[in-house]
Write a protein that binds this ligand. Structure first.
Ligand code: ADP
Ligand code: MG
Length: 313
């Protein structure tokens, strides 16, 4: 099997949305409805850095797309299309079949069409670009939080980092924690519904402590976060407090949505969480006073946690 047979077998499916999909020099995207904009995002996953080399290929296919869809969710965008650039060390059909299965299952679930890509030999590397659509005025940005907003986060934090720490120490990992690491759920439906409820939004991929600072900087505001309100799984709650905070705030790989919303949307957000069966937890508030403050039991807590940074010394 050569490069073109590989593409045809695993990555060529009929397109219904795009005007032209896999097979020519470019794909052709159809036009957007009046008032809509494209939202575009790229995320690369490198073996040994973003995933363990022997991870289940089906989970990897899922995760490679999930982390990209999470960026669309964070902007309130609806997925339309993706491209896939793959570097493969060799042509391993059982690996490819698993990877493609994980990728297609999630793509189909969200009506996101694979319209093109690139395939080359090299150290395992997966780079996906997603294309979504969002009404021009409703894209959820990092820069539009307001002083007095509540700060909310979806799901639970720190489970993926906990699973990774356990795997790296060759200790047993629960199925739930492993699923949070290997099969994150992009919060697409939540993102769509937040368009008219949130002021600012982003996805938590590098740890809440670092990611919230991105919103503060972009919006030129500060925040106070109540550590006692952090949404944590029972597994994390069984750990020492400092360990809980470290995993939840600087662990990374959560792919939950972090948002700010006006106080008068509290009940609407609670109802939305119920409807979507996705927890939404109010963890703090935005302030005109700059800086990020942590509270526990009503007292200020000093934490020197940072988000994950590939190039920090
Ligand atoms: P070109 O040489 O013109 O850049 P390629 O030979 O790289 O085109 O790819 C042939 C076709 O297959 C193109 O339409 C390209 O978008 C598509 N393609 C290549 N690799 C992938 C992949 N991994 N997934 C989806 N489509 C792919
Ligand atoms: Mg060409």
């Amino acid at each position: 099997m050569g490069e073109f047979d590989l593409i045809a077998r695993y990555f060529l499916r009929p397109c219904h949305d795009a005007a032209l999909g896999v097979g020519d020099d470019c794909a052709l995207l159809g036009s957007l409805a009046e008032g809509m904009q494209w939202a575009v995002s790229t995320d690369m996953l490198v073996a040994g850095r973003h995933f363990l080399p022997h991870v289940d290929p089906q989970a990897l296919g899922h995760k490679a797309l999930a982390v990209n869809l999470s960026d669309l969710a964070a902007m309130g965008a609806r997925p339309r299309a993706l491209t896939l650039a793959l570097a493969l060390p060799d042509l391993d059909e059982s690996w490819l079949a698993g990877f493609a299965e994980g990728l297609w299952a999630l793509a189909n679930q969200h009506g996101c069409e694979l319209i093109g890509g690139d395939t080359t030999r090299g150290p395992l590397n997966i780079c996906i670009t997603v294309f979504g659509e969002v009404p021009a005025q409703l894209a959820l940005r990092r820069s539009t939080a307001k002083a007095g907003d509540d700060v909310w986060v979806s799901g639970t934090l720190g489970d993926a980092a906990w699973a990774l720490a356990q795997l790296q120490a060759s200790r047993p990992v629960s199925a739930d924690a492993r699923a949070r690491l290997e099969r994150p759920t992009p919060r697409i439906e939540l993102g769509l519904r937040l368009r008219t409820l949130a002021h600012a939004c982003m996805d938590v991929s590098d740890g809440l402590a670092g990611d919230l600072r991105h919103i503060l900087k972009a919006s030129q505001l500060g925040a106070t976060v109540n550590l006692d309100a952090l949404p944590l799984s029972d597994e994390l709650l069984a750990l020492p407090l400092e360990e809980q905070w470290k995993l939840a705030l600087s662990g990374g790989d959560d792919y939950e949505l972090l948002l700010t919303a006006p106080v008068h949307h509290r009940s609407a957000l609670a109802a939305l969480a119920e409807e979507l069966n996705t927890p939404l937890t109010r963890i703090g508030s935005m302030s005109a006073e700059q800086g990020l403050r942590w509270l526990s039991a009503g007292q200020a807590v000093t934490l020197s946690l940072r988000g994950y940074d590939h190039f920090s010394p």
